[in-house]
Design a binder for this molecule. Structure first.
Ligand code: PMV
Length: 330
């Protein structure tokens, strides 16, 4: 009996300039380019074993066997890898996150970055970074940004061939810290794949898209010049714009909880008092609070005092998706 195994590790990422809305929902070709930072220390480990004789693909996520939508999305992705290699075997996939899943901490990004690497390697493909990023994109758009390391830009491209992500600065370029203020969520929000389909129903999406080129330029320069003030201005604006689109789509999507807003207001207040700090939120209620490393401890203590903050995760810029020696999950 033949078995083919590989294990990969990747980090989630936080978008500084957001991806929201697709030109093509199947290929996940985005309406606009985006920029993000990988979150070092937050880790997804994924072990993939293709085996002759397995009747179907299986998925175990954080020790629990998955069925339904998560499994069919995974199987659809593995079909793509099978098509690329001409192999027909099904796979056992075991994956674990060391951070909360499905709460606005881009777990699908690290999930599909690690899966793309582990599955393609297991079946004997040795993809270049850009092709691995393109493959990961088919599983989850933002996953293409978890393939390269550090500060990353996803160019929207013209087609599948040139819609991929690349590093604009390595992790050690800038000692930024992301303090993720985890807020208790009362209900499970609508997932991003569904959300992207609603973006064009908002009357604000056109205006958001019209300014994205300028914001990408401003964000890229702020990163390259390590200009925290400029970064703060552009990422808070971009986060607010995306959430305005979400809130005005049909049906509307409200990801914020009361505590999310309380944190945003505190962060703005601290900044007006002279602290280097700013916020951004992905598709969830948790607030990513960014600051230079030297301010992180003080801000972490202040965040912990805000009612509704249940946990604070801390991440520095993280490296690329990479292979691991062996699976520690079986
Ligand atoms: O990759 P998806 O389909 O989970 O979409 C991610 C969408 C946001 O996290 C809200 C923004 C982004 O650019 O990551």
């Amino acid at each position: 009996m033949s078995t083919y195994s590989s294990t990969a590790i990747s980090h989630p990422n936080i978008a500084f300039i957001k991806y929201w809305g697709n030109r093509d929902n199947v290929l996940r070709l985005p309406e606009n380019g985006s920029i993000s930072m990988n979150l070092g220390g937050l880790i997804t480990q994924t072990c993939v074993t293709f085996e002759d004789g397995l009747p179907e693909d299986t998925l175990t996520l954080n020790g629990v066997s998955s069925t339904g939508k998560s499994l069919s999305r995974l199987a659809g992705f593995l079909d793509q890898v099978r098509r690329m290699t001409g192999k027909k075997m099904y796979a056992r996939v075991t994956t674990e996150n060391n951070f909360p899943t499905g709460a606005g901490i881009a777990s699908s990004a690290s999930a599909y970055a690690a899966l793309a690497l582990a599955a393609s390697r297991a079946l004997g493909l040795d993809l270049e970074e850009r092709d691995l990023s393109r493959l990961a994109r088919l599983g989850s758009g933002s996953a293409c940004r978890s393939v390269p390391g550090g500060f990353v830009e996803w160019q929207k491209g013209q087609s599948d061939a040139d819609s991929y992500a690349f590093t604009i600065a390595p992790p050690q370029h800038w000692a930024l810290i992301d303090l993720v203020a985890v807020v208790q969520s009362e209900r499970k929000p609508v997932g991003s794949s569904e959300g992207h389909k609603l973006a064009s129903s908002s009357p604000l999406q056109k205006a958001r898209l019209a300014g994205t080129g300028r914001r990408l330029d401003a964000c890229r320069s702020a990163i390259l010049n390590r200009d925290f003030e400029a970064l703060s201005r552009v990422i808070e604006l971009d986060s607010n714009l995306m959430h305005a689109v979400m809130m005005t789509s049909t049906p509307p999507l409200f990801y914020w909880q009361p505590a999310s807003l309380a944190i945003m207001k505190q962060v703005q207040y601290w900044r007006h008092q002279g602290m280097a700090v700013c916020y951004t939120l992905d598709a969830g209620p948790n607030v990513h609070v960014l600051c230079p490393q030297e301010a992180a401890e003080k801000i972490r203590l202040r965040l912990a005092d805000i009612p509704g903050v249940s946990q604070i995760l801390q991440a520095a810029p993280g490296g690329p998706a990479h292979l691991a020696d062996g699976c520690t999950l079986d």
